[in-house]
Design a protein around this ligand. Sequence first.
Ligand code: 4NP
Length: 151
Amino acid sequence: MKVLFVCLGNICRSPLAEGVFRHKAEEIGLEYEFDSAGTGGWHAGEEPDQRMQETALKYGIDISDLRARQFSDEDFDQFDKIFVMDESNQSNVLAQAKSSDDEAKVELLLNTLHPGEDMVVPDPYFGGQRGFDHVYELLNDTADRFFEQSK
Ligand code: 4NP
């Protein structure tokens, strides 16, 4: 199973999702592969936002080695599942889909935790520390649910 997480910049939400899911998969012993990307390319090559790195470390997760990259339509061929953080990511990713199979891979991440509610992982970039902790809590709960369902 290969899972891609997509947000806008690939420096806050999606790298944390990648780190949290990878950490839990390793604990459980599941050989899933995780990656992340941003619909925008402005931060390509950069490490995750310092505030997100520090938030992750508080919970024992090191995301310092991740580097941002832009989502590409070839990602549809590489991944089984593409989790997006909000509706803007969703429409940008869907605009690059080449087939209904591609479209079927795309899902709002929080629908894993709250099926059918189309809730979003809020962008913490322009806010304070509380927003980063909130993103961690959402992603941590979602990862727990995701792996419960994978059993
Ligand atoms: P992300 O957050 O999409 O969670 O990585 C953002 C990072 C950068 C910007 C916006 C959102 N930006 O405007 O540069």
